[in-house]
Ligand binder design. Structure first.
Ligand SMILES: [Zn+2]
Length: 289
């Protein structure tokens, strides 16, 4: 990962024995590369000192918007709890069985569904002491631009917690009634959520795929880098999610009953943070890579 922060233009020759993991490079988001240099990865049995490479960029401006709703707190108005998910997906792509529309039902209509349902629930409960912000982000898939913009509109110290919800439509590796939290060990938020779920039959686990760096790859990352306890909640099986970034990511592949339980559990587990009873510890940004 030293290449991600290189200040030189690099061509990295990757041996075929890493072919399995090579495709993961394409999934790394722009914000993973902390460099303005160009880094080109070439897979294959190449042994050469001379390389010629032509790349062409077409830059097109698009106007995009986040969609944000706010429920002002009853008492702790200047303390925010954020619930978020991204509403963009990857658009129209290679046709699969004649279908070229990539719906992104799991990635991440499932997350934005959770955000909308939680907004409805907390509005009807009408007892939130802290201010609740519900955000549907744009442009996650192309580099997290929506959440980066959003993060700059708030003073980070006012954000008490962020629940980013990403791909909760399939059963997690532990089966039903469970999900995982990325960056679990970085704050006390996961412990608070677990405590609030005791006896419910639902469990939040620490992220089981630490080598995938999921904590840094979704919309929670920008606020987390500013010290906010900002985590992503997901059930996505990173080693076997057959519809991931495919046209087949359709609503028919989702377990809506389990998804409902996850949304309820997020609502229940967040309760003591919303009421002001619990405040998660901050992310120690000096420990982030
Ligand atoms: Zn996503």
């Amino acid at each position: 990962m030293q290449y991600a922060s290189s200040d030189k233009n690099l061509i990295v020759l990757v041996d075929n024995s890493f072919a399995d993991r090579f495709t993961r490079l394409a999934l790394l988001k722009r914000n993973f590369f902390k460099t303005n240099a160009s880094v080109v990865f070439v897979l294959g049995d190449v042994d050469t000192t001379d390389f010629s490479l032509t790349a062409k960029h077409t830059i097109k401006e698009s106007k995009l918007s986040n969609v944000v709703g706010v429920l002002p707190g009853k008492k702790l108005k200047a303390e925010y709890v954020v619930f978020s998910g991204h509403y963009d997906h990857i658009g129209i792509g290679e046709p699969e069985n004649g279908d070229s529309i990539y719906n992104g039902a799991n990635d991440d209509a499932s997350g934005t569904t959770a955000v909308m349902e939680l907004a409805k629930y907390f509005k009807s409960a009408n007892n939130n002491e802290r201010t609740l912000i519900f955000a549907a982000f744009t442009a996650e898939e192309v580099g997290g631009f929506g959440s980066q913009y959003f993060s700059k509109q708030l003073a980070p110290e006012k954000v008490i917690a962020m629940f980013n919800i990403e791909m909760i439509g399939t059963d997690s590796k532990w089966g039903k009634n469970s999900a995982y939290i990325t960056g679990y060990e970085k704050t006390s938020m996961g412990d608070i959520l677990q405590k609030n779920l005791q006896g419910s039959g639902f469990t939040f686990h620490p992220d089981p795929y630490p080598d995938q760096q999921l904590f840094y790859r979704s919309d929670n990352a920008t606020l987390a880098r500013l010290g906010v306890p900002a985590h992503t909640i997901s059930t996505s099986k990173m080693d076997s999610e057959p519809n991931y970034h495919k046209a087949s990511d359709e609503v028919s592949t989702l377990d809506l009953k389990n998804m409902t339980e996850i949304i309820k559990s997020i609502g229940i587990s967040a309760q003591s943070i919303i009421s002001g009873k619990d405040t998660p510890t901050r992310v120690d940004t000096s420990e982030l890579r």
